[in-house]
Write a protein that binds this ligand. Sequence first.
Ligand code: PLP
Length: 301
Amino acid sequence: MDIINEGACIVQPLSPGWYNNRVAGIDMLRLDAIHPIISGNKWFKLKLNIAHALKEGSKGVLTFGGAYSNHLVATAAAARENNLSSVGIVRGLHHQHQPTDTLLKCVAYGMQLKYITIQEYRHKTDEEWLIALSAQYADHIIIPEGGANEEGRMGAGEIAQHIPACYTHICLPVGTGTTLAGIRNALPEAQEIIGFAPLKGGDYLNEALRPFIHKANWHITDRWHLGGFGKHGDELITFMNDFYGINKIPLDIIYTGKMMVGLHAMVAENYFSPDAHILCIHTGGLQGNTSVSERLCYAGS
Ligand SMILES: *Cc1c(COP(=O)(O)O)cnc(C)c1O
């Protein structure tokens, strides 16, 4: 799939003034640069799932997501590029009447959407429910929500190839934790990994991910959920505009914006020693900024 340009993910230094020179350096790995839609970590989590579907000779892929899901739209675009059909199971019947920009993009990429109630969506990992679903969509392989399977973790592990050994700390936002697990397993244990969960209670992942991670020196914090998943108050928007003004890097409202709020605070609290060399991963998600584009000083996509 050559429309994805993994080579475009550069490492970009942040302005030392942004972190008051309290550490040796903070750089950002711009995974958002590989593709405007199939951006960031989503491509890495999908690549082996798509390869699996092609190898099986499947007609397409089926997956799950909310009305703002970066994973849904990335799956739609990646399937289209590979001549696979795609089905998206959407959380919440009410979105059917007023589809979000994200859902409209899914449809534009040829994804067939099926809206289900929030109650029914809770079954998304129940084996029997999934068997019934796959009977309805024969010839489609099922990719779990957020690409959270072994293929997703293995693919995410390939992000480690873009992470030089000089970094002492790697920071990234987490949702399902699939990306963190893949990267943790692939990098040397000496490099500390910090995950920032943008949802209240997101630190449950410290337990939940354990079966999938076979190395130490990682943790997930939910201190900077800033009101909860998808909430974006003025504090966050102002921070993101200031961050763009100083570093010329656009952040997204759901994941990377909150990670950088958290990282900024941890640096100020002296969590890191002065010789720390930190790499934060820009996991993409900029397509989700369209709902607040008039409040941002830079364009979404
Ligand atoms: C989906 C997403 C994440 C979360 O990735 P997980 O592998 O589910 O933890 C982080 N950042 C962005 C921008 C995303 O779209």
